[in-house]
Design a protein around this ligand. Structure first.
Ligand SMILES: [Zn+2]
Length: 311
């Protein structure tokens, strides 16, 4: 797939689909500000259109009761799709966070899982030059945990990517696993050199999953893999995974009551762009609030190192 083909597809969607056109136009007016969290610059975005996603109910009963919005049969008739590989479609996300924001579902209704799909993410990242492909686990921000999908945005939109590449330049080996160092929360970096096939990384990731969560229940689509978010992107010689293990889906002060904040962290937020659908949260959120999210929902650096030591 040529990046120009994707660009043409997005432009066609914006020309022909009024909902998308309106929402991408509105995104130009969106308010943002930066907060320094222990040396990491986090962007806060006030985006009221994301309320549906941030407030999404993802319990089994609610999911099973609604028509799946990623299935072709339930999509708006004016929404187009661009096929990628044997089984995925690129869609323009009608509720954007970024000026280019794709949703990438499987063409069949099948549960959200990253297992065995790492090579697909890597091939997409290599194909879709300049983009990051990201994945939210079924209990870590996926608003359709029953329908497998990735998302994509320009990689320059996620501050974590630039910060990681600066602090921890890509490795030179075939496949290398490292712990993040010097960030306010912990994650894994898996580098795969372009001289080797994407599937070479599969064994490393499988071993990592088994150590992060040995109790994962293979038969349950909500808990069949460790709680994780993944960001995948291409550099000059290496395709990188940032694998962010999670302890919790939402922090204890998630909500709309007094003292609560409506932030539901997923790949985008942990990638450095925190989405606040309510103006009062956008105005009030502090570095301490972000630290609480990292503390409650993510691993610390030493916990990440501890897992690697057990491999
Ligand atoms: Zn579906």
């Amino acid at each position: 797939m040529n990046p120009a083909t994707v660009e043409r597809f997005i432009n066609r969607e914006l020309a022909e689909w009024p909902l998308a056109a309106t929402n991408y136009e509105a995104l130009k007016q969106v308010q943002t500000r930066f907060i320094d969290v222990d040396g990491f610059q986090v962007k806060i975005q006030y985006n009221p259109a994301r309320r549906v996603s941030t407030g999404a109910r993802i319990d089994r009963k609610s999911i099973e009761a609604r028509p799946c919005f990623l299935c072709r049969a339930n999509r708006p008739p004016e929404q187009g799709a661009l096929r990628w590989g044997p089984s995925y479609e690129f869609l323009v996300n009608p509720f954007p966070i970024f000026p280019r924001h794709l949703t990438i579902p499987e063409m069949t209704h099948t549960p959200q899982t990253s297992k065995g799909r790492g090579p697909h993410m890597m091939e997409m990242a290599r194909d879709l030059e300049g983009y990051a492909i990201f994945y939210n686990g079924p209990l870590c921000g996926a608003s359709a945990p029953d329908h497998m999908h990735f998302q994509a945005c320009p990689k320059a939109e996620l501050p974590l990517i630039e910060a990681v590449d600066r602090k921890m330049p890509p490795s030179t080996g075939n496949v290398e696993l490292q712990a993040s160092l010097g960030f306010p929360f912990g994650f894994y970096i898996v580098d795969t050199h372009k001289r080797v096939e994407p599937k070479m990384a599969t064994e490393t990731v499988r071993t990592l999953y088994a150590v992060i969560d040995p109790s994962a229940d293979e038969d349950d689509y909500m808990t069949h893999e460790p709680m994780i978010n993944i960001i995948c992107y291409d550099t000059a010689d290496v395709t990188r995974f940032l694998i962010i293990p999670r302890k919790k889906h939402r922090p204890s002060n998630y909500g709309e009551g007094p003292g609560q904040i409506l932030i539901s962290p997923a790949s985008v937020d942990l990638g450095g762009v925190f989405i606040t659908p309510r103006k009062e949260d956008f105005d009030a959120v502090t570095a301490d609030d972000i630290r609480r999210i990292y503390r409650e929902c993510c691993y610390t650096e030493s916990e990440i190192i501890d897992v690697i030591d057990r491999i």
